[in-house]
Unconditional design. Structure first.
Length: 256
């Protein structure tokens, strides 16, 4: 669950407030300063179960979901775009249809949505768009944001709503300019600024807690969580050098 560890550490019983957060996620040795937000949403359609030998006696929840799925596919094509962060997106990633048995019409169908939020999109606006799709179809449906619940090895229980805000760090922020300087020294060439396509723990540190956040690390984003995941030894060495140099550049920049 993105950011839940940071939420527990920084927002717990003894909260901490760092001046800045540096994420060691892969950036291909560029300095990243933001990414799209993310939500996990469910849509549940209710129907009426009956014996499948006479399906007309009931209301099939899966059939009720078909129009919603098509509407969400169409919604994805018209979501907002941003020059830096990219386009918002929505995808159906799972569908569950539940009935008493395989020879009964299902009275419940749930789809799971991965919603990526670009600049200007919010929790409220994203939910309103899905609810509008449901209303247009005319289905009996509930739209909800998922909640992640977990229990640690000590027995401590934590939970976090699966809404992770969009965030960016200004190009003029001292934490970012210090990172460009440190990266340039570590790499022996000018460093570039960019952003992630995927999501990171920055959704909590920057998106929810408002702490200036940026990232630098080895490896290409396209390899992450794939069978081809890899990192070069040279890039790993350059990243270690960057992490050693960055605090000095940050402190010197902050005291100017």
């Amino acid at each position: 669950c993105d950011g839940i560890a940071y939420q527990t550490i920084l927002g717990g019983e003894a909260p901490l407030r760092p001046e800045a957060v540096l994420l060691a996620e892969c950036t291909d040795l560029d300095v990243y300063r933001g990414h799209r937000g993310r939500m996990e949403i469910t849509v549940t359609v209710r129907g009426t179960s009956c014996h499948a030998s006479a399906p007309e006696r009931g209301e099939n929840a899966i059939y009720g979901m078909v129009g919603i799925v098509r509407g969400i596919e169409a919604l994805n094509a018209r979501l907002a775009d941003d020059a830096f962060l990219g386009r918002g997106s929505v995808a159906v990633t799972r569908i569950d249809g539940a009935g008493p048995s395989l020879n009964a019409v299902p009275d419940k169908c749930t789809i799971f949505l991965d919603r990526r939020l670009t600049a200007g999109e919010t929790r409220a606006s994203a939910l309103a768009e899905i609810e509008a799709v449901v209303a247009e179809v005319g289905a009996r449906a509930e739209v909800e944001v998922l909640v992640h619940r977990a229990e640690g090895w000590t027995g401590k229980k934590v939970e976090m709503e699966k809404y992770y805000p969009t965030w960016t760090l200004s190009e003029e922020h001292p934490a970012f300019t210090a990172a460009l300087a440190a990266a340039g020294e570590a790499l022996g060439r000018p460093a570039k600024g960019s952003r992630w396509t995927f999501s990171t723990n920055g959704v909590y540190t920057a998106g929810l807690a408002g702490i200036p956040t940026l990232g630098f690390g080895p490896a290409k984003e396209e390899y992450t969580h794939s069978t081809g995941d890899r990192v070069s030894e040279e890039d790993l060495f350059r990243s270690i050098l960057f992490y050693a140099l960055y605090p000095g550049h940050y402190v010197r920049g902050a005291t100017r």
